[in-house]
Design a protein around this ligand. Sequence first.
Ligand SMILES: O=C(CO)COP(=O)(O)O
Length: 288
Amino acid sequence: MSLFARAEPALSAAPGTGRVPTRERMVVGNWKMHGSLALCREMVPAMASVAQPDAALVLCPPAPYLGEVARLAANTDVQCCAQNVADAHSGALTGEWSAGMLADLGCRYAIVGHSERRRHYHETDHLIAAKAQACLEAGITPIVCVGESWVHHQTGQTEVVLQHQLGTLLALPEWHRLIIAYEPVWAIGTGVAARPDTVEAAHRYIRSRFATRDPVVGNNMTVLYGGSVNADNATQLFALPDVDGALVGSASLQSDALMQIYTAALRPGAATATSGAAHGARGDQATE
Ligand SMILES: O=C(CO)COP(=O)(O)O
């Protein structure tokens, strides 16, 4: 391939292994484009002091800080995750980085298809699937974000949107190795999470889509919720039977809040899920 040619997307390679995934408790802190070297140096040791092998504690700093977070997290139970990744393994793609480079750093995960990338960088379902495939080929587990807009939510089209977003992913050779994060766009950054019954229904639907390919995978895959998760609502969300953990945005920038959310994930049966119209300012969202 010419040095200046675009590298081939990785969508077509690698047959599946047929392995059953292990359902994992996880709290993933997505810093988005926030933070600093100082925050990396404060956050990683703080999180390492509470992280345990039975629930993954994953930090997603901006790309320039991945090396520092990976270095600080080495030999701890804190894991490192990228917020984005290229759909190719190498090539003349200025400004991109590959899943293999993340693996080189010791990162275990990459977020793929966040709604902010779908919206601001026009990422399509096909590109997102190619990025996920590139991750899988490099030994990185993609955390693929799906979720509907407020309009789709209000008009009862959540499942239609999810079916569409999941369709390309289910065509991947190693579809069974994906982690899915359900992030309703309308709950992100609002300070008010989706109501527990809304979250549970979406997670159950996601599992059902995977179960059409293999019921065991549908049951054993890891499905995270994201959208205004905080120390006050985490226990309620984590008590839902089909929620395995959270993809946390703004609360992940404060070590105290992230520690409390992580601690809630360690006690999955501690709280009883409640739902109903009493919760949420819009009647669609969880109590803060
Ligand atoms: O987008 C999110 C995580 O990826 C959620 O962000 P907030 O927790 O700030 O709503």
